[in-house]
Design a binder for this molecule. Structure first.
Ligand code: GLA
Length: 411
């Protein structure tokens, strides 16, 4: 198989000037908390998207996805969302850079260079649709390359925010900041505690000693995820507005206690119609129980992440793992973003003495579970889970042992 540089040269008739590599991510704990002003604890992994880049001067962007064997060409300006998803991860970012440069008159020269276009090839080994943020890795690689090539002087956090905006505006998923943040900021052997309220963050070494991180992939692509994801976001926004009516001091989920949610929950009049209705009215007693369940999960999870970090600091990985199982229960029962296949995988290891913790990871409705497993037992557990999974779901199980690695960088 030709390398990405060779393929680029074959396609465009010249070698690339810039190579960037951007990783996928795992998240130890803190799921669906990023867009709810909570905490997340992600890390970058040794699965990557690579891009090869070269400037051009005819005002066109030529893009080639090696793994899909697809080429798309569009004018560098103006850019509109494209019908092909992966194209949006590239041009969505270019549109953000365009807007950024337009807002500063001193950048006219850079803007004209950006409008001259470029050639780009992408290739990767992050499984697509497995909840490991392959799309964020592409966006992160592209923003990193543009920052480098056009000397934009963006900070890593600015790059993450622009990549997030690209996903909102071009891919139509109202994602939080976690995926791009993790892909760009990752460091080898470190997890990152990100406060999604003020975007401050801290690195912590992850010392697993005899244990390792293994992902079990349901091989169900989280296709439902984008619409349900946006729905969860709306439900949480409704929930906060309603809680504010009873407790005016509340600004975000960070100001909410579990007790407050439970008090509101107990006021719910659960008519059947009410539960099924997505048009939630604003009187607390008429709110769908579902909205409170979402809020309860979020508030509990925000607290759980903070406690889990304490476990990490004192080296109590057993307690940490128990919190991962609790997160899974919350995601499955209250937030309702799991699916039978993910539940099968978590249940399969729940009572295994060699598994510290396991839970579904990412947006949900498919993708992977993250498991902390005793290194010497991985093969055995993997085989057992694999046959159980296939027996119960008639699907193959894919398994990825992962290492925590450096974030987006020049190759
Ligand atoms: C997806 C989103 C993230 C985050 C997770 C759930 O991966 O892109 O921003 O919300 O789901 O934690």
């Amino acid at each position: 198989m030709p390398s990405i540089q060779e393929k680029f040269t074959q396609l465009f008739g010249h070698a690339p000037s810039l190579m960037v590599q951007s990783p996928g991510r795992i998240n130890l704990i803190g799921e669906h908390t990023d867009y709810n002003h909570g905490f997340v604890l992600p890390a970058a992994i040794n699965k990557y998207v690579q891009i090869a880049f070269e400037h051009r001067t005819d005002g066109m962007i030529h893009m080639h996805a090696i793994d899909l064997n697809e080429t798309v060409t569009v004018p560098a300006h103006p850019l509109q969302p494209h019908t092909i998803t992966w194209v949006n991860y590239i041009i969505g970012v270019v549109a953000q850079v365009h807007a950024h440069l337009t807002s500063q008159a001193s950048n006219n020269e850079t803007l004209s260079k950006l409008n001259q276009g470029f050639d780009i090839c992408i290739q990767g080994d992050i499984p697509i649709g497995a909840g490991l943020s392959s799309s964020a890795a592409v966006e992160s690689a592209v923003i990193f390359a543009l920052n480098e090539w056009y000397a934009l002087g963006l900070t890593k956090m600015q790059m993450a925010l622009m990549a997030q905006k690209a996903e909102h505006e071009f891919a139509g998923v109202k994602c939080g900041i976690m995926d791009m943040f993790a892909s760009i900021h990752g460091e080898a052997n470190q997890v990152m505690l990100l406060d999604c309220q003020d975007l401050s963050f801290k690195y912590y070494p992850l010392q697993l000693n005899d244990y390792c991180i293994v992902l079990f992939d349901t091989s169900i692509k989280h296709a439902l995820a984008s619409s349900e994801y946006n729905t969860r976001r709306l439900e949480c926004e409704k929930g906060i507005k309603i809680l504010q009516q009873t407790y005016p001091a509340i600004q975000t989920f960070r100001d909410v206690s579990v007790q407050q949610v439970e008090e509101c929950l107990s006021l719910c009049k659960d008519t059947k119609e009410n539960i099924n209705s997505s048009s939630v009215t604003t009187h607390p007693s008429l709110i769908s129980t579902k909205v409170y369940q979402r809020c309860k999960y979020v508030v509990e999870e925000i607290e759980r992440v903070q406690l889990a970090v304490k476990d990490l600091l004192v080296g109590d990985m057993k307690a940490f793992g128990q919190k991962m199982f609790a997160t899974h229960r919350g995601l499955s029962e209250l937030y309702e973003v799991s699916c039978p296949e993910l539940d099968v995988l978590v249940n399969a290891v729940k009572n295994n003495e060699h598994v510290l913790g396991a839970r579904m990871m990412g947006g949900g409705f498919g993708g992977c579970t993250i498991n902390i497993i005793k290194a010497t037992e991985v093969d055995h557990i993997m085989n057992a889970v694999s046959s159980l999974y296939t027996q119960q779901t008639k699907r193959p199980l894919k398994v990825y042992p992962v290492q925590i690695e450096q974030g987006t960088h020049i190759k």
